[in-house]
Design a protein around this ligand. Sequence first.
Ligand code: C5P
Length: 223
Amino acid sequence: KLHGNIAIDGPAGAGKSTAARLLAQKLGYLYIDSGAMYRALTWKALHQGIDLADERQLVALAEATTIRLENTAAGTVKVYCDNEEITAAIRQETVSHHVSTVARVPGVRRRLVELQRQMAASNRVVMDGRDIGTNVLPEAPYKFFLTASLEERARRRYQELIASGRPVDLETIKEEIRRRDAQDSQREVDPLQPAPDAVIIDTTNMKVEEVVAKLLELIQAHH
Ligand code: C5P
């Protein structure tokens, strides 16, 4: 039998969320998409016309905002901000473009990390993000860091967007991913990096089912 939370970190488009969601489903754990929380707050800040350079306003906003993630029976996640469902809205390009700017603010992180730890305290979770193994759940017995080449990550994101009917350009996506990863890796507080005890998996040449099988295998072997 398994016990303990599972932390999955990595750069944008490495396939973390799909793998984490499927893994959680298989194990009967709660899936927590921590990136969706930073996106929800970014969506609200943009919606309210808040100046994203104003850290104090962003922290005040974070403290006054209720963000809820709901795992549905179908295995998807619904995202609510102050009880308004914004699941689709947080995937907009403007949100993706600005989310790293909001996520670098220490007071914003403090608030969202507190919520993430609360969720993990009362449930067995698979949580994905950038600082889960290093900061949010440093005691998690299972830590993974998923990577893939920039080309492959851009290609995956491109295909997702095309499949959802949005006209996009592969080079533009590649640049956006490169920029966001640089911002996430270079910020001062809890930057994107593997925990010292994380297992690093390069998913460049793997299908998502293979990634999930690999994670399950490592979890079972480890315990
Ligand atoms: O996972 P996703 O790509 O949706 O995350 C969006 C952004 O939220 C990241 O680029 C990063 O700036 C921020 N984030 C973070 N820490 C996390 C999860 C996400 O800073 N644990």
